[in-house]
Design a protein around this ligand. Structure first.
Ligand code: ZN
Length: 187
């Protein structure tokens, strides 16, 4: 649970720090808006991201399962600026799977807290291993970081890609290739 009063106070100081007049009409409600918005943006703090994955069901067929194009929005912990993009998750089951919406829910929980993309990628992979106990999992995140593109360090629209592999994906180049082949499929 965020401390809304502290956020309001910080927002006022931030505005003063950049030389703004915090009493002018357009800014009067801004600290309060930010406090309420942060409540939502950081709602993933203290939430167990693996909990949705703990409801599993059995399968006979252990073919690779992929959920791709899971849209997420997160906040970079180095600059408090958004980074956003898509997560792609594939795993090779070992007798049990989770509902596909549960993978999206796990991504959401990890996105709604201060993050760095590489850590988030690993956290998602680790949770899938922990709760579904598959033969292996591969997670790819591709995201635009406003702290880079808005400042012109990189070209606008450039994306950062991060990968986490666990289990059978770690040493199996054919499986990894299959992942990227499925990623390229339309629809
Ligand atoms: Zn950043």
């Amino acid at each position: 649970m965020v401390d809304q009063e502290k956020i309001r106070e910080a927002a006022r100081l931030l505005l003063e720090g950049i030389g703004e007049d915090v009493t002018r009409e357009g800014l009067a409600e801004t600290p309060d808006r930010i406090a309420r918005m942060y409540e939502e943006l950081f709602s993933g703090m203290g939430t167990d991201a693996g909990e949705p994955l703990s409801r599993v069901f059995s399968v006979e067929n252990n073919e690779m399962v992929m959920e791709k194009d899971i849209v997420f929005y997160s906040m970079c912990e180095h600059h408090l600026m958004p980074f956003y993009g898509k997560a792609h998750i594939a795993y090779v089951p070992d007798g049990r799977v989770a509902g596909l919406s549960k993978l999206a829910r796990t991504v959401e929980v990890y996105a709604r807290r201060l993050q760095i993309q590489e850590r988030m990628t690993g956290q998602i992979a680790d949770d899938v291993m922990k709760y579904l106990a598959p033969q292996g999992v591969m997670v790819v995140l591709e995201a635009e970081h406003m702290c880079m593109t808005m400042r012109g360090v990189k070209k606008p629209g450039s994306r950062t890609v991060s990968v986490a592999v666990r289990g059978v994906f770690e040493k199996d180049a054919v499986l990894q290739e299959q992942f990227f082949a499925m990623l390229r499929l339309q629809g």
